[in-house]
Ligand binder design. Structure first.
Ligand SMILES: [Zn+2]
Ligand SMILES: [Zn+2]
Length: 152
């Protein structure tokens, strides 16, 4: 099989990126930060090592994005499109990993995510702060998958 490459972009398309290869984590995150930042009950988050991520928009990369550093988490920088305001990715310089949201990956004409199988979520993480119960077959964790207590 060839190496999977997923292209992601903000809502307006001014900021875009690719991630290459298998993610180190793909899960539905129910943490309160993700909920508040996305206005959503939970979000599909995917982690890739630094070497797997590249910006692909043509402008000077810094000129197209705003950055935001969460108070108390100085190692984590979030990148946001300057035009449409969508958060597109964040970089953790402690773990040297990017995290992106699978909802932004390229889709086919029907709106189905391309090559979904190579990046499919395997768990629900930070499930204690959930706003909705999810009755699927995936495991549910207090924190990160395999690094915290399993709830269900
Ligand atoms: Zn945008
Ligand atoms: Zn989260």
């Amino acid at each position: 099989m060839s190496t999977p490459i997923h292209a992601g972009a903000c809502f307006c398309g001014a900021v875009s990126y690719t991630v290459t290869g298998k993610p180190t984590l793909s899960a539905y995150c129910h943490c309160s930060r993700c909920q508040i930042m996305n206005g959503s009950a939970f979000i599909w988050t995917i982690h890739f090592p630094a070497s797997a991520f590249s910006w692909t928009h043509p402008e000077q990369h810094d000129a197209a994005t705003d950055t935001y550093i969460t108070e108390g988490k100085p190692w984590k920088t979030r990148f946001r499109c300057r035009k449409c305001g969508t958060c597109v990715a964040s970089y953790n310089n402690k773990t040297e990993h990017w995290s992106v949201w699978g909802v932004q990956f390229e889709r086919d004409e029907k709106g189905v995510t391309k090559d979904l199988d190579s990046v499919k979520p395997t768990a629900h993480i930070f499930y204690e702060t959930r706003l909705v119960d999810v009755n699927d077959e995936l495991s549910k964790w207090e924190g990160y998958e395999d690094k915290s207590t399993r709830i269900l």
